[in-house]
Design a protein around this ligand. Structure first.
Ligand code: SAM
Length: 278
């Protein structure tokens, strides 16, 4: 696992409070990669990633889901509208919580979803109650990832599944350029650490879960950063960021770093699904 000691929960919260507006206007209501199989629009590709994860996790209509790191509520609202799920979303950002609640009401699913502002590493839910624990691109920000999966295993009912997408450290780290690239990504995107696919499988298995899916989606998602980098350059948003703080400028400047890290194999993008045994 690659670590970045300078990141704190306060820095992560501040980043999402501040940059949610940028994410919304540069990318859309989902703060996650797109999944491309052809020439889909970015919006379609984002929905395809959500739907592909839902399919891998075999989410049944009416499931009770927890969305850990729910952003602006994109996944929670989608699962409520298209799979009739009842969803509780958790975000560390109070701005995102308010945004997600308003958005759910706007989309007519306010009665099916609720959102909490809480730290996923401290929040608790009753044992054996969730059909699905869903988390797209949040575990990167967690400090104790093995412990998180133990808690997930506790929340899941027997037979329930955890479904995640995560930025991963590549399989060959060593001490050279790959490691340096991943460290720069962690610093620029406020991740205290990045685990590899093997790390995630290991954490899930040690929590008593049975891994059903562990897929490398890097080649399907990396167009995300080509598009985002182009949009940042064209929109002039970096100049706005300069009026705010250095961290936000660094965040935009690292878009090319993550694209290079995916292309070189220093990083991967993973989809993992694991089941709590009956
Ligand atoms: C890259 S965004 C993904 C958002 C959402 N899953 C989506 O796909 O649109 C990361 C999310 O994780 C949340 N997050 C980061 N650290 C967290 C923590 N310790 N507890 C709860 N949420 C956290 C952020 O607030 C943000 O909503």
């Amino acid at each position: 696992m690659i670590t970045c000691p300078g990141v704190t929960p306060q820095v992560i919260r501040f980043h999402y409070d501040l940059s949610t507006l940028f994410y919304r206007f540069l990318w859309g209501p989902h703060i996650h990669h797109g999944f491309w199989e052809g020439n889909e629009s970015p919006r379609t590709a984002q929905l395809k990633l959500t739907e592909t994860l839902a399919a891998r996790a075999a989410i049944e209509p009416g499931s009770r889901a927890l969305d850990i790191g729910c952003g602006m509520g994109g996944s929670a609202i989608h699962l409520a509208r298209h799979r009739q799920c009842r969803v509780t979303g958790v975000t560390i950002s109070p701005v995102q919580r308010s945004w997600a609640s308003l958005s759910a009401r706007w989309h007519g699913v306010g009665g099916q979803v609720d959102f909490m502002c809480a730290d996923a590493e401290a929040v608790d839910f009753p044992a054996d109650t969730a059909d699905v624990v869903w988390s797209i691109e949040c575990t990167e920000h967690l400090f104790d990832k093995p412990r998180f999966f133990e808690r997930v295993a506790d929340w899941l009912r027997p037979g329930g599944r955890v479904a995640i997408c995560a930025w991963l450290a590549g399989p060959d780290m060593g001490e050279g350029q790959h490691r340096a690239a991943v460290e720069k990504v962690c610093e620029g995107f406020f991740c205290p650490s990045l685990g590899s696919m093997d790390d995630y499988r290991d954490w899930m298995e040690r929590a008593g879960l049975v891994v059903e899916t562990s897929e490398d989606w890097t080649s399907q998602v990396l167009r995300t950063w080509e598009i985002c980098d182009r949009r940042v350059r064209r929109s002039g948003v970096r100049w706005v960021a300069r009026l705010i703080d250095r961290d936000t400028v660094m965040f935009f400047d690292r878009f090319q770093t993550i694209l290079d890290a995916y292309r070189s194999g220093a990083m991967q993008y993973g989809c993992l699904v694991a089941r709590k045994p009956d």
